[in-house]
Design a protein around this ligand. Sequence first.
Ligand code: E4P
Length: 253
Amino acid sequence: MKFFIDTANLNEIREAYDLGVLDGVTTNPSLMAKEGIKGHDNVMAHYKAICDIVDGDISAEVIAVDYEGIIREGEILAELHPNIVVKVPMIREGVKAIKYFSDKGIKTNCTLIFNAGQALLAAKAGATYVSPFIGRLDDIGQDGMQLIEQIVQIFSNYGYPTEVLAASVRHTMHLLQCAEIGADVVTCPLSVITSLLNHPPPESWCGILLDAASRPTCINTSEMRCLILEESFQLVAFKTNRRFSATVRSKSN
Ligand code: E4P
């Protein structure tokens, strides 16, 4: 599975690339605005700067929503660098534009995919990537991951070369579930990628430790490693100078 980073922040892009696991970048107008990048020339220069850092596909989104406008903007973006992928919204005019770009050999990322039918349309039009928005579906009580599963299945049924780029990824479980399902790409904030490095935080142990007066107490957890905690138990620890003694009792007591 490819890892893309979902940001326009050059420091974060550098950090992810330096880690050696980054395959590409996705941006959108709000991510550019967040970095204070305004005006056509600045936006173009920023895309070039991203392309100079990462050797991989860089999604650059069009603003226009009419066919001619999307084509005009997309062609300018595509000329910036061979790694630019023109990001086109899932709307009627967008589908037509994806077909146009595909015929011209320009790579596209069809964004704002919220159902499998839209993904199928984009694939038929020749999109290089489709971007289903997991997090935003979860936000409205629909199962974003189920959509990834559906699209992966449909593309595999017919051998579509379009890659499933899971977007709007909010946490590591999203990323791992995408990997289990077989999404081709995940795009996410840097924090989701770096969270994969983490061990269980010692604080999660401390959180359930109580002192003799039943107050939470800070415990040197390396000294407690020998204790195996089960969910049905709480650990009661007593601090004696620099040493700890502990008893384990059932929560129901
Ligand atoms: C990526 O291409 C999308 O623009 C992005 O993942 C959207 O994420 P959000 O739902 O957090 O805005």
